[in-house]
Design a binder for this molecule. Sequence first.
Ligand code: CAA
Length: 383
Amino acid sequence: MEFQLSEDHKMIQQMARDFAQKEVAPFAAKWDAESHFPIEAIKKMAEIGFMGIMVPPELGGGGMDQVAYVLVLEEISAACASTAVTMSVNNSLYCIPIVKFGTDAQRQKYVVPFAKGEQLGAYCLSEPGTGSDAANQRTTAVKKGDKYILNGTKNFITNGPNADAMIVFAMTDKEKKHKGISAFIVEKGFKGFSVGKVEHKMGIRASSTSEIVLTDCEVPAENLLGKEGEGFAIAMNTLDAGRIGIATQAIGIARAAFESSVKYSTIREAFNQPISNFQLIQQKIADMAMRIDASRLLTHRAAWMRQNNIPMSKEAAMAKLFSSETATFVTKEAVQILGGYGYCCEYPQERHYRDAKITEIYEGTSEIQRIVIARNVLKELTA
Ligand code: CAA
């Protein structure tokens, strides 16, 4: 067993840390306050290959592995959670499923410019009445000649207003339930495509989120991803990897809140001494440190399993569940350590606290992760 990062992994981690602290962290508070989509950072991330880290080089990507991906993503997340989710969706929810399930022509057209960061991708599964119950898709796709006609509304779509193309899940045969769901690659310029309501959110305010409205949207038949009826399996397989990304985002947010609040506790004095001398503060520091470490261990294990093609739905769900609850816990304690200052926007703690919450909700709520874990455990123990 090996708990150390390789020299290559250490190098990419350091490179990502330097980049994130110079090009992303100094602007995160401003982008959040102005709900500004961080296009400048994304362009720079594209130049150094962060928008397609795991995509093979011949398709415009960095050709790195899943562990390198989480190392980079943790650094970006610690600097700005909004920039991180923009990157994570393009990498793991958009590019990778097309690399994995797409045709050569689809890969050339819909991966290369996206992995290079010239264009941005999104993933449209959730619908107004269909969030956790993903098999119950209401968006329909009907084949007419050489096109599919899509009708429906997708919501809470990360990158929605800025995406050039997206993977859209729709029902091609309602009778077959989840086996009647298919996946399509839809461009923003297709007839019948529009961006609906743009959301104003509690946190990750610099990340863009919107509805996607499909009204008799015409999608060429060659844009079917995989075969008809394979959409649900593609969606679930993609989310297994996506959940590693959100676990990593949560770790980055927690780490940023942790490090800044611990530093503060060594400087801030009360009762004639630094507050870090007090055992009630030390208890917080110990619990925060332990939970972040455990989150990272779970997440790196899931990433390693994915990279080695070992089934990891349960492990990804555990990583996401534990890390997101850690982020909420750690950011709350970080606000508490700073007291009144933690509640004010002058310090980053309130932003980390707001950003953390979404990690318990998107790419499968904590309740859904518990279902995935329990079902896998029951299967294993009753097989
Ligand atoms: N990989 C491949 N196939 C899988 C799978 C996986 N991880 N999980 C399940 N399947 C397959 C099953 O094997 C089964 O196949 P068969 O019928 O051939 O046996 C089929 O899918 C149905 O499985 P279930 O019976 O488990 O399906 P279910 O309806 O009970 O739902 C669920 C399972 C886990 C609740 C699922 O619906 C789920 O994950 N829901 C949450 C959805 C989610 O995460 N949404 C977030 C969207 S992305 C987002 O947040 C927006 C963004 O922009 C970031």
